[in-house]
Design a protein around this ligand. Sequence first.
Ligand SMILES: [Zn+2]
Length: 50
Amino acid sequence: MTKCQECNCKIPIDDKTIKIGDISVCSACGAEYEIISINPIQLELIEEEK
Ligand SMILES: [Zn+2]
């Protein structure tokens, strides 16, 4: 299971519908991740500029 790097909670990902470039958002802390690989699933944290 994929975990959020920020809060370590699970990130729900539907591996049947995701595709590279999709954005997945952690529902607990709001961190955004881009799908960079599907098999295996890899996420890259999108850091917001402030
Ligand atoms: Zn999180």
